[in-house]
Design a protein around this ligand. Sequence first.
Ligand code: SAM
Ligand code: DTB
Ligand code: SF4
Length: 332
Amino acid sequence: MTAAAPPCATPRHDWTRAEVEALFDLPLPELVFRAATVHRAVFDPTEIQLSQLLSVKTGGCAEDCGYCSQSAHFETGLKATRLLDAEAVIATAAEAKAGGAQRFCMGAAWRELKDRDVPKLAAMISGVKALGLETCATLGMLTAEQARALKAAGLDYYNHNLDTAPEDYARIVSTRTYQDRLDTLEHVREAGMAVCCGGIVGMGESRSHRAGLLQALANLPRHPESVPINALVPIAGTPLAGAAPVDALEFVRTIAVARLLCPQSVVRIAAGREGMSRETQALCFLAGANSIFVGGRLLTTPLPGEDADRALLDDLGLKPMTAREPAAAAAA
Ligand code: SAM
Ligand code: DTB
Ligand code: SF4
C-alpha cells in the first residue's frame, strides 16, 4: 500500500503533495473505502445537503477565467444583465425553499464587489435569510470591510474557489493571482463567515494539479466548511471549450481525496452533474460527497432538474441533511 496513513477524521493542515498524490494512486476500492469510513465517522452518510444558485448579475465580467461563460474577454453569446432587484431575488429564493433547497447562493459576475452595490446585496441577503434559508454569496474579491458588511447583513457562507493548483493558476486566469484569492478568503474568515471553496476538474490539468488544489484547500488555516468540486462545463468561445473531459472515475477519486483531506467539510458535486450518469453520482456519494446543487440551473448552465434529482435521491435512499455541518457548527 502506498499511502501509509489510516483513515483519520481529525483535520490536518500539513499535507505534502506526495502524500496527496499517494492517496490518488490508491486502488479505487481502497480509496473509496477509506473515504467512506471517514465520511460515516463524521456525517450520516444517507444525508445530502441541498444548495440552490441564482445568478444575480450575469455576464460582462472583467476577469478572464478560461472556463467561464461570463467573462467579457470571450465571445460566448451570453447576454449581460444588471444586478437584479432584491425583491426578485427574494421571490426566487422562496421558490427554491419550497422546492427543498436548504441554502441559497447568490452569484455575481464581478471581479470584485463595489461599495455602491453593498446596500442592495445586504437587502437581498437579509431577505433570503428571513425566509429561513442559509445564505451564501459569490461576488468576486472582497475587502475586509465589505466582508464584515455582508456578515452583518446575515451572510452565512462566502464562495471563492481556488480552482486549481497554485502552479497551474496562471494557465487558467491572468487577471488575478492565487494570492488575491487567498486574501479574500482571509477577509471572509476574519469577518466570521463560513467558507465555501473548491475547484474545477477537467481543465486539462494533471493529476498532480488536482492533488495540488486539494492540498492547498486542506492546508488553509481552517478547512473550508464546504468544498465544491466542479466538473468543467465546457463553454463554446472560452479557451477551455475543447479541454478533454476527465474520466468519471478520476472525478470520483478527486471527491474521495477531498473527503479524506477535509473530513469535517461538506463535499459537493458542484458543476457538471448534468453530464454525469446516476451511477457516477452514486459512486461520488459512496466516496464521501454529501452535497449537490439543486434546481433548474447553476449560474448560466443547466442542472438535471428537480424531478431527476428527486428520483435519484429516492432511488439511492438518500435524504436532505438535517444536522448542522460539523465544521460550521464549530465556527458558530
Ligand atoms: N465571479 C465570482 C468568482 O469568480 O468568484 C463568482 C462566480 S464564479 C462563476 C464561481 C465559480 O464557478 C468559479 O470560481 C468556478 O470555480 C466555477 N465555474 C465557473 N464556470 C464554470 C464552468 N464552466 N464549469 C465549471 N465550473 C465553473
Ligand atoms: C461552485 O463551486 N460552483 C458554482 C458555485 N460554486 C458558485 C458555480 C458553477 C458555475 C457553472 C457554470 C455556470 O453555470 O455558469
Ligand atoms: Fe468573472 Fe467569476 Fe466568471 Fe471569473 S469565474 S470570469 S471572476 S464570473
